[in-house]
Each structure stands twice: as structure tokens, then as C-alpha cells.
Design a protein around this ligand. Structure first.
Ligand SMILES: [Zn+2]
Length: 566
């Protein structure tokens, strides 16, 4: 005898056998019991969730001549109607595949037969599978019959795409929406079937198959069949994922670990290892999206997250995401979805996948807005509490430099961090290469105990200050003064000339030279002269800040007014 596939062998035979559609089976049972079942039903939902099986069960419940009250059909030895319907050989219960009978003539045949009484059963039942495939003409022909069929006829339209069924048809039918099954619902069924079939299989493998089935019990049984065909009755996890071209769970968790740990090198190593073992690229991309999604959900809801995760998995995700905020994970989640789509579409899937992993493992963490606001507020407070004149303060020079310099900067660094809100991510703060490649400028002040120049030191501490400092034409050190000279009164001069910039520069200078330094910022005498002699010149229009403002606001200068600088 030929092998009967599990999906057929274990096809649900009673309402209670149907997995995961309790609400529908209960409603149908009640409707049949009370004799209030409509004469046309639509069973809609994803593939392999029990639509056609339920339609057959309804047919049995209506035609069984040996009903038991629980199941509304015979249990144990089947009556002739039940057994014929189960086998699909009943003359009065017809299953029509609309995918291959789409035309109006196929429907005419049904309509012509509807008026005849059933041959032996109580009800004549038409189960139209993939009903959305019927042509418009076929639907139109069916319309009248669906509205007022003879009392002995029931239509059940099963469809995976109910939106394609015309509204005129839908309004004449009672609709039942079958849901996708959860991993645990499928797992429970697989466990029960495996036990009955004497198949040795562990729970990890069962849940892997259940996840792979994507909500379809029929698909899960087909996968199990496929694995049995290779492994026999002793199924191992490692062999299963190999057969299905899936990613090992430990690899997925390792990938997540390296992505969260910003370790692109290790992440790519894992990826290459996985690809080498023949895992399908799309599946790797999907698994990455999935694990990040799980991480977000666990971060938000903890154990209460409605995911099909074991306690161990929840715990592992909690540990892995300890250092990450929900915002960071959400950002990764969006990025992963976007990139996984690219992998699916790409002609260079392996490269796209590499790019995806690298992007995810190099994405910088976001700074929560509250933290930024907090720093801005503390900065504002600090500025308002600073003494008015900073530049002119003359401090005695410290003769004894501290032996251990590191201890000094450390102390000050905490202050420095607060002085500039980290509004801009590091990447954006890299100084313009144009600036640093201008050789004629004298900026470098080598210092005995430093490998870096003062501007370099400042750039490291505060990239924004560094960018402006780089625009200076000279930076010179004289006693305890640092003179920063600009070519003209430009935006860089303006920025560094601000009180809080000077405070920051001074603090960096004190740290760099390990003594009290004063900061003097100026622009060329020549420029000053011109501006003094001709107040209207050099035209305010030439000022970079003004130029920017004009272009941003698309404005014109109506009036210029001299403002006395502090
Ligand atoms: Zn029966």
C-alpha cells in the first residue's frame, strides 16, 4: 500500500479535531444544533488551517444518520454518509476546485443540478475550493442561486483571498474567518501525531518545524513528512535544520549578540560560517529580523510578550539586551526589515546579506531626547553661573606640573562632557578634510609632553570646537596666552568668541599645558581697519553666517545695524 501522507492521514474528522479554530467550530456546531445554519458560507483564511476539512465536517454533521450529541456525527464505526464524505466519494457532497473550474459553464452545471434532490443524503453540499478564482461571469451566474437556494442545498466557498470575492456574493453568505495557527498550537498537534506514529523527536525540533510552517498545520505535517523521509523515525535537530536549510538557533543568538555588541567582524564570521553550510540567504535575513523582533518584544513586555518563546529564550534575550534601550532595538528592527527586503529582492543575495549584518552591527546607539535635554539644561545653568569676563582673568602660572597628568584630565573631563550637549553623532563630527589639508597655516604647537598638537587635543575632546579651531590661520602660544587668529570676522571666529566656547577652550588648554592658560581670539588687524573705516564694508553680505541665513530663509538684507560686541 502506498504511503499516506501525514496531512491526509491526520486530517481532522470532527469539530474537536480542528486545531486552533475553536470559535468557528463552536459557532458552527451551535448553528447546526439550532437549525440556523445559513445556506451559503464563506470559509476564508490562510492555506492549511482547516477550511476544507471543516467544510467536510459540516457536511458530515448535516448528513450523518447516527449522530452522537457531542460531535454531531457518528463516532467509532462511521455511517455510510460519514465514511463517504471523509473519503471524498459522496455524490451529494461535491468538492469543486475553482482554480481549475473557473468558467461560467462549470457554474451552470452546478446551478442545473441544484434543483434536484440529493440522491440519498439529507443535504446536497457544494464545497467550492479557492472560490476567489471563479470568473466574474461565473460569480454572476451563481448570484441568484446563492441568494435563494433550495432548502436541501448548502454552499461552502473556501478561499485564501476573500477580498477577491465580489461584495454581492459576500453579502449573501455567512463569513467565517479562519486564523493562522500559533507555533504552540501546531507544536501540540505535531507532538501528539509524532507520539501516535512512534516518531522520536525532541521539542526543539518540533518547535522549529512549527515555526517553519508559518501558521499552517498542513505545511507543518508536510515538513514532518519530508524530515521523516530522510531521518526515519528518529529525528534529530541538527539533521532537521540541515534538511530544511535553516539557521541553527545558537548561530542566531550569536549573531544577535555580535550585532548588539557592535562587533561586525565576529558577526560576519558567523554569517560566512552559516552560509558555508548551505543555509538559504533569505532565511538568514528573515531569522535576523525575527530575532531582533523577539528582542524588542521581550524588552518591552518581558515574559508577557505574546511570542512563542520558551522561558530560556526569554531569559537569554533579556540578558543580551540588558545594555540596549527600546529605542535602539526598535531602530535596529526597522533597519533589519528594510535590509531583509533588499536581500529578498537582490540578485546578489550573499552580498546584500553581508551588507545587512554589517549595517546592523555598526549602527550607533541613539541618545534619548531626555538625556540631551538634561545636558542642555545643565549647560545653560553652568553658563549663567560663570563669571562675566573670562578672557581677561590673569592666573598665576603653576610651576609644578602634576607628576601624573592623567589624574588631572580625568577630573576635568567630567566637566567638559557637560559643556557641550552631544547633539550630533560622532560620525558627523569628523572634521572637514578640506580644513586640515591647508599647509600654509601655522596651527601646530608641539608640546614637550604631548604626541599631539593643541588643536588635535581639542578636536578629540570636543569635535565642534575642533572644527572651528581648524579654520584659524594661526594659533600661537606666548607665556600663558594662546592666541587664535582668524583671517576675518567669520562664523568660526564668532563661534569661538562666544563665552562658553572660550570657557571650554580654556579648560582644554589648562589640561593640555597643565597650567592656567588664557585664550585670546582675534581676527586680522587689516580686516578690522577696513570695517572701521567703512562701516558698510566689507559688506555684511560677505559674512558666511549672513550668507547662510539669507539662503536658508530666502531673504534679502533691508537694513544693517551695528551691534556692540561684548
Ligand atoms: Zn455518520
Amino acid at each position: 500500500m502506498s504511503y499516506l501522507v501525514l496531512a491526509r492521514k491526520w486530517r481532522p474528522q470532527t469539530f474537536d479535531d480542528v486545531v486552533g479554530q475553536e470559535f468557528i467550530t463552536l459557532t458552527l456546531k451551535n448553528a447546526i444544533l439550532s437549525g440556523k445554519l445559513a445556506h451559503a458560507l464563506i470559509f476564508s483564511g490562510p492555506r492549511g488551517v482547516g477550511k476544507t476539512s471543516t467544510a467536510r465536517i459540516v457536511a458530515k454533521a448535516l448528513n450523518c444518520i447516527n449522530k452522537n450529541e457531542e460531535e454531531l456525527m457518528c463516532s467509532g464505526k462511521l455511517c455510510s454518509f460519514c465514511s463517504e464524505i471523509s473519503e471524498g466519494t459522496s455524490i451529494d457532497v461535491q468538492e469543486i476546485d475553482a482554480a481549475s473550474h473557473t468558467g461560467v459553464n462549470d457554474v451552470r452545471e452546478i446551478i442545473d443540478n441544484v434543483k434536484y434532490l440529493p440522491s440519498s443524503a439529507k443535504m446536497k453540499i457544494y464545497i467550492i475550493d479557492e472560490a476567489h478564482m471563479l470568473s466574474q461571469a461565473a460569480f454572476n451566474a451563481l448570484l441568484k442561486t446563492l441568494e435563494e437556494p433550495p432548502g436541501h442545498v448548502l454552499f461552502i466557498l473556501a478561499t485564501t483571498e476573500s477580498h477577491k470575492i465580489p461584495a454581492t456574493i459576500q453579502s449573501r453568505c455567512q463569513k467565517y474567518d479562519f486564523k493562522k495557527l500559533t507555533v504552540s498550537e501546531i507544536s501540540d498537534k505535531l507532538r501528539q501525531i509524532s507520539a501516535d506514529e512512534s516518531i522520536e523527536i525532541d521539542s526543539e525540533t518540533i518547535s522549529t518545524i512549527a515555526k517553519e510552517a508559518d501558521g499552517s498545520i498542513r505545511d507543518s505535517l508536510s515538513i514532518l513528512d519530508q524530515v521523516i523521509a530522510t531521518c526515519g523515525n528518529k529525528i534529530e535537530y541538527a539533521r532537521t535544520i540541515e534538511i530544511l536549510g535553516l539557521l541553527d538557533k545558537t548561530h542566531i543568538y550569536d549573531l544577535l549578540k555580535f550585532i548588539l555588541g557592535k562587533d561586525p567582524k565576529s558577526a560576519v564570521e558567523i554569517l560566512h560560517n552559516v552560509i558555508k553550510h548551505g543555509v538559504i540567504h533569505n532565511k538568514v535575513a528573515d531569522e535576523i529580523v525575527n530575532i531582533i523582533r523577539n528582542a524588542v518584544m521581550v524588552k518591552i513586555c518581558g515574559k508577557e510578550s505574546s511570542l512563542d518563546l520558551s522561558d530560556d529564550e526569554v531569559k537569554e534575550l533579556e540578558i543580551l539586551t540588558l545594555e540596549n534601550s527600546v529605542e535602539d532595538l526598535e531602530m535596529l528592527f526597522s533597519l533589519a526589515i528594510e535590509n531583509a527586503e533588499n536581500v529578498h529582492k537582490s540578485s546578489f543575495q550573499e552580498l546584500s546579506l553581508e551588507s545587512m549584518v554589517i549595517k546592523l552591527a555598526t549602527t550607533r546607539n541613539s541618545i534619548p531626547i531626555n538625556e540631551i535635554l538634561g545636558k542642555v539644561t545643565s549647560l545653560a545653568k553652568k553658563i549663567s553661573s560663570e563669571p562675566e569676563v573670562v578672557e581677561e582673568t590673569i592666573q598665576p602660572i603653576e610651576n609644578n606640573r602634576p607628576e601624573n597628568k592623567k589624574s588631572v584630565p580625568n577630573k576635568k573631563k567630567t566637566n567638559i562632557v557637560l559643556e557641550e550637549p552631544p547633539l550630533i553623532v560622532e560620525e558627523e563630527l569628523v572634521p572637514d578634510p578640506e580644513i586640515s589639508t591647508e599647509p600654509e597655516k601655522i596651527k601646530e604647537i608641539p608640546h614637550v609632553n604631548r604626541n599631539e598638537t593643541f588643536p588635535e587635543f581639542v578636536r578629540k575632546q570636543n569635535a565642534i570646537l575642533g572644527v572651528h579651531l581648524d579654520k584659524a590661520i594661526s594659533i600661537s602660544e606666548e607665556e600663558s596666552d594662546i592666541k587664535i587668529l582668524f583671517n576675518e570676522n567669520n562664523i568660526n571666529f564668532e563661534y569661538l568668541h562666544r563665552k562658553n566656547s572660550i570657557v571650554s577652550l580654556k579648560s582644554h588648554a589648562n589640561e593640555y599645558y597643565a597650567k592656567e592658560m588664557n585664550i585670546r581670539i582675534d581676527f586680522k588687524e587689516q580686516e578690522k581697519k577696513i570695517s572701521k573705516d567703512n562701516p558698510g564694508k566689507p559688506s555684511i553680505k560677505d559674512d558666511n553666517a549672513v550668507k547662510d541665513a539669507l539662503s536658508i530663509f530666502d531673504g534679502t538684507i533691508l537694513k544693517t545695524k551695528a551691534v556692540k560686541k561684548e
